[in-house]
Ligand binder design. Structure first.
Ligand SMILES: [Zn+2]
Length: 469
């Protein structure tokens, strides 16, 4: 909480907390998905050939701390591999943040009077093959089309500025099937004629490229798909969903998959994480080889890429992060539980327990965590302890009621604890600016506020004692 300007930011933060209310059903669903990702990463650590993935999620220092932000718990003090394709945990983080970045870039473009098109490019099924081959073809095909004089001409007349490209990989009937999702930006509204011309040259030249390499049958319908992006339309939402799909793990289908399904193409198209899940279910080494191929070919590849200069134009005031930096980005929040390193390694050794720790804290707080760890006989003394309550409890002579009595946020704001134990943030009216309001604080928000006030109180005491000027 250090560094928050007194009286202001804290309030807006609290209001944001309250607005971000998440229903219990969504917590369970989110918990299941998180658990699937953590479980898979934990299994992958034992087989992966990527060194950083082997240590992703392990403590890099002595302690691991669980922090809470917006009622969701997360780890800090662990290493992150930052693989947006091969790591189920990092992929989810990176893709979630990239999707947010892309949405904001679209909003910014439309606000500046630009137009945006959503372009999907696939490869013919006849070209499905080893991933190294298909990824190469996809990139080469894009370059081939972009370098055509006709394409350059149509783009120029439509006011083409650049684009954001995202690569996705599935496993199809005959092998790996990569495809790309782009948002292309245009200086002004794209006319119907330009839209038609772009759709047609994009398809014609891509189809010609594949034919020249011996692959017939680029789908008329799905080969190249161009769509207008509107803020209120479905295209943007779908793009954002597509971007996150790369981190998807099907929750219940893993046991239904076999190598036979893949050979028969019965499963149609599989997400790469399905391949890994299927290996752990069946032990089929051919699946592991497919997974290794995926790891090898995606290492060092970024999830999305802006063409040169576009990012600065659309998101001028934002820092640019690499995938690795995004995966390691600090989420913030308050410290809740601290695990010693040796103890955390014990948790890591139980498949799936890393995420169940977070789910227990999300749903039942510290008591639920104690219960969970006891079930696994992980009740070692000194292995872990609660942070927040001890920090409040240790402050002798400052019981909660006294604290609430003592503190007066400013003349306009105060905190009240009513007889039902509910905490309220009370804002006096500021004539001509805001009306009086009373905001009910949930437990997480109240904790944040108390942390802040304790910090403030400590500073005040030090100032009084003359320790600081
Ligand atoms: Zn990772």
């Amino acid at each position: 909480m250090a560094g928050i300007p007194y009286g202001q930011t804290i309030e807006s933060g609290l209001v944001a907390d309250l607005a971000g209310y998440v229903p219990a059903a969504a917590v369970v669903e989110r918990g299941q998905r998180r658990e699937a990702r953590y479980k898979l990463r934990s299994a992958l650590r034992r087989v992966t050939k990527l060194k950083r993935l082997r240590s992703c999620g392990l403590p890099f220092g002595s302690d691991v701390v669980v922090r809470r932000k917006d009622a969701v718990h997360h780890y800090s003090g662990i290493s992150t591999c930052g693989f947006g394709f091969a790591c189920p945990v990092c992929a989810a983080k990176i893709r979630f943040r990239r999707a947010d970045e892309v949405s904001r870039a679209v909003v910014s473009a439309l606000n500046q009077g630009m137009d945006a098109l959503f372009v999907t490019r696939t490869i013919p099924h006849s070209a499905e093959d080893k991933l190294g081959v298909t990824l190469g073809l996809l990139a080469e095909g894009r370059r081939y089309v972009a370098n055509q004089k006709v394409v350059k001409g149509v783009r120029k007349s439509a006011g083409y500025l650049g684009g954001i490209a995202a690569k996705e990989i599935t496993y199809g009937f005959n092998g790996f099937h990569p495809h790309s999702h782009d948002v292309e930006y245009y200086e002004h509204a794209v006319s119907l004629a330009d839209f038609a011309a772009l759709s047609s040259v994009y398809y014609d030249y891509l189809s010609r490229f594949y034919r020249q390499h011996g692959f017939e049958g680029l789908s008329r319908q799905h080969g190249v798909h161009v769509e207008q992006v509107q803020l209120d339309g479905v295209a943007l939402a779908r793009y954002v969903a597509k971007l996150q799909e790369g981190a998807d793990i099907r929750l219940h289908t893993a046991q239904e998959l076999t190598r036979w399904d893949l050979k028969q193409g019965r499963a149609g198209s599989l997400m790469p994480f399905d391949i890994a899940c299927a290996f752990f279910e069946t032990g089929d080494m051919a699946l592991l080889d497919l997974w290794y191929e995926y790891e090898r070919e995606t290492i060092g590849k970024s999830v999305i890429r802006f063409t040169k200069g576009l990012r600065a134009r659309l998101l001028p005031n934002e820092a640019e992060y690499t995938d690795e930096q995004l995966a390691a980005l600090k989420v913030g929040g308050v410290d809740v539980v601290r695990f010693t390193g040796w103890f955390y390694h014990k948790i890591v050794r139980v498949p799936g327990l890393e995420s169940r720790v977070l789910t227990a804290l999300d749903t039942g707080g510290f008591p639920a965590l104690v219960e969970l760890l006891t079930v696994y006989h992980l009740d070692d003394v000194g292995g872990y302890y609660q942070v927040e309550d001890t920090s409040l409890g240790e402050r002798e002579g400052l019981p909660m009621a006294a604290l609430l009595d003592w503190m007066e946020l400013s003349k306009g704001q105060r905190v009240e604890l009513d007889e039902d134990g509910v905490t309220w943030l009370v804002q006096a009216p500021v004539p001509g600016v805001t009306a009086a309001q009373k905001i009910r604080l949930d437990a997480a928000s109240a904790t944040r506020l108390f942390d802040f006030l304790l910090l403030y109180e400590e500073r005040l005491a030090r100032w009084r004692d003359g320790l600081t000027p």
